[in-house]
Design a protein around this ligand. Structure first.
Ligand code: PLP
Length: 362
């Protein structure tokens, strides 16, 4: 087998990363400090929100947000069945129960028409996931949240820069959660962020992030907290990444446009009118007559790394919750995520598209 020529994802580290990391080392302060503050400020300004808190990873961001809601055993939280496992795991960490709901066949995000029947007396929150960059149907979700008095925590791990009606995802619910893992839109290696306009939730999340220690009173821990801090070294990288965000998003969009033109017949994941994707990953499904795993293997032989779409979370051994979610099942079985990153050239996308066409004709 050839070595991988086109990786599924790749960071863009073309800015001030080295300079800021060196400066951080020169300052001699590696834990939460100058660069974390600066990263939080840049992130808050970008989103036009009052509060942005940096955390050690995206899963911690989700857990912190859900913990701040005061969830407890017996509570239920509605999540899509098609997502990365961390969305549901974060609910489990609070003791609450994730209640899975199928996704929409066009956007692949939680189907708002199916949410209402999943709401019970115990439901406390909805966690929509903007999957692969495509915004969930936030208007319908927020309407349900108002009707039933629920919190909305957006999982924006894959959707930095996406928007609905010009409003950035992460600012459309109560709290928005982001990830800066190595393959995400911008990266700090590991890292995450929560954003909110809610002063109370921001204060609780700040408290929980730092061991539950009361501000200004050392070793006085008023609640059971966590250590979810980001390091200044990572935030230094994050600041450099934020400076490149607009360009990264533009180049990712260009990759999508090239795929839309070049790909052979496949079904595209598609955003609703009025929504703008974060263009994180080009995700498509193959018609049922194709063997998805076979196609992925053939592409790997041409040096093209692809990823399968996530398994339905309810079917994972870690969950094993009964339920048949037909849309999630079919997308999961036939879905492929093609190489997508800001360093991918048009000729590379052309080559990948051609190879996929050949694999489908074989
Ligand atoms: C990456 C991701 C997370 C978790 O982020 P980490 O930084 O890896 O902990 C959560 N939800 C979704 C949808 C993700 O893609």
């Amino acid at each position: 087998m050839l070595e991988t020529v086109f990786s599924a994802g790749q960071p863009s580290l073309n800015g001030n990363e080295q300079k800021y990391v060196q400066d951080c080392l020169d300052r001699g302060w590696l834990t939460q400090g100058y660069y974390v503050n600066r990263f939080e400020r840049l992130f808050a300004e970008y989103h036009g929100v009052k509060h942005a808190l940096a955390v050690c990873n995206g899963t911690a961001a989700l857990h912190l947000a859900l913990a701040a809601l005061g969830l407890k055993p017996g509570d239920e939280v509605i999540v899509p069945d098609l997502t990365f496992v961390a969305t549901a795991n974060a609910v489990m960490y609070t003791g609450a129960k994730p209640v899975f709901v199928d996704v929409d066949p066009v956007t692949w995000t939680i189907d708002p028409k199916l949410i209402e029947s999943a709401i019970t007396r115990r439901t406390r929150a909805i966690v929509p996931v903007h999957l692969y960059g495509v915004p969930a149907a936030m208007e319908a979700i927020n309407a349900l949240a108002v009707k039933y008095g629920l919190f909305v925590v957006e999982d924006c791990a894959e959707a930095l820069g996406a928007s609905i009606g010009g409003k950035k995802v992460g600012t459309l619910g109560d709290v928005g959660c982001f990830s800066f893992y190595g393959n995400k839109t911008i990266t700090t290696g590991e890292g995450g962020m929560v954003v909110t306009n809610d002063d109370y939730l921001a204060a609780v999340m700040r408290l929980l992030r730092g061991h539950g220690q009361q501000e200004g009173k050392r070793y006085w821990h008023v609640v059971l907290g966590f250590n979810y801090r980001l390091t200044d070294l990572q935030a230094a990288v994050g600041c450099a990444q934020m400076e490149q965000l607009d360009g990264i998003l533009e180049r990712r969009k260009a990759v999508f446009q090239e795929y839309w033109e070049r790909l052979p017949f496949v079904y595209f994941q598609t955003e609703e009118a009025g929504s703008e994707s974060g263009y994180w990953a080009m995700a498509v499904t193959l018609a049922p007559r194709f063997n998805r795993d076979r196609v992925m293997k053939d592409l790997a032989e041409c040096g093209i790394e692809t990823r399968p779409v996530f398994y339905p979370v309810n079917r994972l051994p870690a969950y094993n919750v009964p339920g048949d979610f037909f849309v999630t099942d079919s997308i999961s079985k036939q879905g492929i995520v093609l190489p997508t990153h800001a360093e991918l050239t048009p000729s590379a996308v052309n080559y990948i598209s051609k190879q996929l066409g050949e694999c489908l004709n074989a």
